[in-house]
Design a protein around this ligand. Sequence first.
Ligand code: ADP
Ligand code: MG
Length: 260
Amino acid sequence: MTAVVASGVSKIFNEGERNAVEALVGIDLHVEPGEFVSLIGPSGCGKSTLLRLIANLIEPSAGSIEVFGKPAAQARLDQDYGMAFQQAGLFEWRSVEKNIELPLELKGWDARRRRERAGEMLELVKLPEFARHMPWQLSGGMQQRVAIARALAAHPRLLLMDEPFGALDEMTREHMQAELLQICAATETTVVFVTHSIPEAAYLSDRVVVMSARPGKITDIIDIDLGSGRDEDTREADAFYDSITTIREALRGVEQGAVL
Ligand code: ADP
Ligand code: MG
């Protein structure tokens, strides 16, 4: 079963009004289970909009979106999604483990099972000793790891991430990318990932979806062939540089002089 199928999706904000914005037109996209797909393109090309449509946070103006064979709205009700954004968005008055437990509380899990899962997730993101800390006691990178742990706590089949590492320094960012790949491999999670970093898209993805702005369209889908086990050596491999060049050229074709 396909993880995500977007068919003929368009989104017009403020439709029929003077300030209408045609954010996306004619989006067709298939994401296979276990696949890591990145969306890249100039600022304002509709990356976040497409992610929000998949998450069913907003509705398409035309076309349809299915997630694991169900309408996106049903997948949201079934909590098939985990989401993570540029800001970790932790609740400051809840401890790290209580933040991770939140989606499990919403699912009605009992306290013991929640605590157990939060512990497992903290192991996974390599923060087991921080369960009782408060968010403000953690660095930005650590907070982002907690946010990812929370997004994955209920074992969603699909993880949607909108520039989750955008606020991190380069070193932390590379660490987080490597960790994310390990976590996704361990949990067999499908990921749709928004970024405007070309190396990040190349390092993480099985496929990179290149989009153009106004109105947002898919202009290219690039297969990234770096083998399965990506590590720090990958960042120095010729195939990695080739992928970066391919993505950059596709983006250059999209819009000369556009701001990424
Ligand atoms: P990206 O994430 O690629 O930078 P977005 O998806 O945020 O782009 O936005 C795509 C276009 O849609 C932009 O022109 C933006 O201004 C517009 N847009 C996004 N959200 C809204 C909204 N809620 N109301 C009106 N216009 C919006
Ligand atoms: Mg965005």
